[in-house]
Design a binder for this molecule. Structure first.
Ligand code: MLT
Length: 288
């Protein structure tokens, strides 16, 4: 796994207004990311099918005390992926390799605080199990440690096939009711629009690649006791995809974890209750 080209600032992130930087990784993907602030390094790994902008509030809030790095995973946002990635799927460990390459590009050799949201959490498990020496602490947001049921796996493979005909609009329609709490959907049209827009902008090839990769992801529940670094587990009180009971169980299985429930939020905590997520992350970082 090699990161070959030098970093080049070439554009500004439309939402975060931070300069995007790029490098070529493994000769087949251009990885884009934003970097903001200075202090202990914090890496924010986004969920599916989003991009770094789902962390917009946290990039600003943490950037006052930390060096925040927020990549677009391969194929999402301004990062690219190859045709074979779309067809074969991208394993969670491969995305973790892109995150590691981003740290290497920035010469961040000290251990970093890694935060993963949902699919970003699946990637974070692989990162911390494979590269523990690069990790100071972890934050797991609205994610799961268990693998998919057979039914969920079949649904992912169906979407991976179908998205090329239907486009990301159907993905948005299928996912929105599960991503946002009933209250958000009824009363906060601006959040509904922002999440819907992000999904509709996603590249169908990236959607297929990630769904195939997630369908094959391992169950890591048996490995949690090996993860000894400090951990914050946080989840929306009304998260239908990674419910609080499951998040609590995950926190209990980790040797050094605390659980924070985010009120007034479904799955998309970073956007539905950005201040509560930012406060929890900032308090966690301060304690380290
Ligand atoms: C996410 O938010 O990343 C997705 O809900 C993850 C998944 O599909 O399992």
């Amino acid at each position: 796994m090699t990161a070959r080209s030098r970093l080049a600032p070439t554009a500004t992130s439309a939402s975060t207004k931070k300069p995007m930087r790029y490098f070529t990784h493994d000769n087949d993907a251009s990885i884009a990311f934003v970097e903001h602030g200075s202090g202990p390094p914090v890496v924010l790994i986004h969920g599916f099918p989003f991009d770094h902008t789902m962390w917009q509030a946290q990039i600003d809030a943490l950037g006052t005390h930390c060096r925040v790095v927020a990549p677009d995973l391969r194929g999402f946002g301004q990062s690219t992926l190859s045709e074979s990635d779309a067809m074969d799927g991208v394993e969670m460990l491969r995305y973790a390799g892109d995150v590691l390459a981003t740290l290497d590009q920035l010469r961040i050799e000290e251990s970093a605080i890694l935060c993963g949201f949902s699919m970003g959490g699946y990637i974070l498990w692989q990162f911390v199990l494979r590269y523990p020496e690069r990790v100071r602490a972890i934050a797991l947001c609205d994610t799961r440690a268990r693998a998919d049921s057979a039914e969920a796996r079949a649904g992912r493979l169906k979407m991976a096939e179908g998205v090329f005909q239907s486009g990301p609009g159907l993905v948005a329609e299928a996912m929105l009711p599960k991503l946002l709490s009933e209250t958000t959907r009824a009363n906060r049209p601006e959040i509904v629009t922002a999440v819907d827009k992000m999904i509709r902008q996603a590249d169908p090839r990236a959607i297929a690649a990630a769904q195939r990769g997630m369908a094959r992801r391992p169950d890591v529940r048996g490995e949690l006791r090996k993860i000894g670094c400090p951990a914050l587990v946080l989840g929306g009180a009304d998260d239908a995809l990674s419910p609080p009971a499951e998040m609590r169980e995950m926190a209990a299985a980790l040797p050094d974890a605390r659980f924070v429930e985010i009120p007034d939020a479904g799955h998309m905590t970073t956007m539905e209750n950005p201040a509560a997520v930012s406060d929890a992350l900032r308090a966690f970082v301060k304690l380290l």
